[in-house]
Structures are given as structure tokens and as C-alpha cells.
Design a protein around this ligand. Structure first.
Ligand code: B16
Ligand code: MG
Length: 209
């Protein structure tokens, strides 16, 4: 049915949200803003600057664009320190095994991630070799739930959206897939989104859709 599969990165192929959390927490602590795991949940699949806006929701001092950019860059420096420590051992065996089998079955595989660090994470973890196309936060005009990141991935694979399946963990990502005319496979939070095509309890169930 499908010829291509487009994977979200954070929350699907790897778990970097605890690094995002710790990096944002340092920023929030400096500004003396309340930031907890529940709020961190809202940052899933959302771009860096939009994440900052969510963190600054209850901040009473107005910040200039330059100050916001400086905060986002500072957060990214902390985040990259965590990413530096990543290796193949941060990826579940089931993820490698499933990607191997999907390649044997001749699917085209792409990344559709909001992250500007996607290339770096893929290199560090040894995942990069599986992908025919990488569509990430670099050069992206509109982030999820806009379908742009997935449409660009499908385009790079030279496939129509109907021929691709999007695998996502975040509500914003499932909505982006729907908006772009893609079928979707939800993992984790992604399973609870209305309109999701398949609900996966485990990553390897992807081999059964
Ligand atoms: P960066 P995904 C997303 O990755 C994360 O889920 C989200 O929490 C993060 O804010 C976003 O990437 C931007 O990341 O700061 O590295 O550009 O789930 O779309 O793979
Ligand atoms: Mg995600």
C-alpha cells in the first residue's frame, strides 16, 4: 500500500525529550519561571521558538526579539551538550531491527522532524544510513501542525502523500500528517489523536501495517 515511510525523530526513533526538558529547565530557573514535566509535554513536536513562547507564557517582563533569540540559543547550547553524549546505545534494538527489515522490503525512508539538530542526532546514533531523505527544522517556514515538513519529505522521496505513511508521537505531528493527506501511525501520545490511522503499542508493529 505504501512506498515510503516518514519518521518523526524525537519520541519515535529516539528519546531526547528529557534533554530538551533539562535544557529548558535551566533557562526557566534562571528566569525564575515555573516549568514542570506537564508543561514539557506541550513542547513535543513544537519548534524551538514556539517552545520558548510556551515557557514564557507566565513571564511578566516583556522580552525583545533579540533577548528571545539569545535565550533559545542558550538553551540549544545546553541541549547540544547532552546530544554530544549520544551513541548507538541510545537507540532501542527494535528500532534498528525494524528499520533493517523495512529496507529489506524496499520501502523508501525519510525523516520528518521539527528539530534543527536532527542531522546531528542521526549521525551520533548511527541512524543516518537508513534514510533516503531528511526533512528537518532547517529552512522550514511553518512547523507542525502545518504539513510542510512532511510534504517536503514526500517530495524528496518523489512520492505522493497517499503513498507515504507518517510515524509520529506528538498530537501536532498527527494533525500535520492529516492536513497533508498522509495516513499516520501514532506512538505514545500519538495514539490518542482523533483521525490517526494506526495505533502502535510497540515500534516493531510497524511491520504489520
Ligand atoms: P530543536 P521532532 C522536535 O523534534 C521536538 O519534539 C521538540 O520538542 C523540539 O522543540 C523541536 O524538535 C525543535 O528542536 O531545538 O532541536 O530545533 O519530534 O519533530 O523530531
Ligand atoms: Mg516527536
Amino acid at each position: 500500500k505504501y512506498m515510503g515511510i516518514i519518521f518523526d525523530l524525537d519520541g519515535v526513533l529516539c528519546i531526547t525529550d528529557r534533554y530538551h526538558y533539562q535544557a529548558w529547565k535551566r533557562i526557566a530557573d534562571t528566569l525564575k519561571i515555573e516549568f514542570n514535566e506537564a508543561k514539557n509535554h506541550r513542547l513535543r513536536g513544537v519548534s524551538r521558538m514556539e517552545s520558548l513562547d510556551i515557557i514564557l507564557e507566565n513571564y511578566d517582563k516583556p522580552l525583545s526579539v533579540e533577548e528571545k533569540i539569545a535565550l533559545a540559543e542558550e538553551k540549544n547550547r545546553y541541549y547540544r551538550e547532552f546530544l554530544e553524549t549520544m551513541s548507538e546505545s541510545d537507540i532501542e534494538d527494535a528500532v534498528f531491527a525494524t528499520l533493517d527489515e523495512l529496507r529489506v522490503r524496499r520501502y523508501l525512508l525519510a525523516i520528518g522532524s521539527s528539530s534543527k539538530n536532527a542531522g546531528f542526532i542521526l549521525e551520533k546514533t548511527g541512524l543516518i544510513k537508513y534514510f533516503d531523505a531528511i526533512s528537518d527544522g532547517n529552512g522550514l517556514n511553518k512547523s507542525k501542525p502545518d504539513p510542510e515538513v512532511f510534504l517536503r519529505a514526500a517530495d524528496d522521496l518523489r512520492l505522493a502523500p497517499e503513498k507515504c505513511l507518517v510515524v509520529e508521537d506528538a498530537a501536532a505531528g498527527i494533525m500535520a500528517a492529516l492536513a497533508g493527506g498522509f495516513d499516520s501511525a501514532g506512538i505514545g501520545d500519538g495514539t490518542a489523536v482523533p483521525g490517526v490511522t494506526y495505533r502502535l503499542e510497540r515500534f516493531e508493529e510497524l511491520l504489520e501495517v
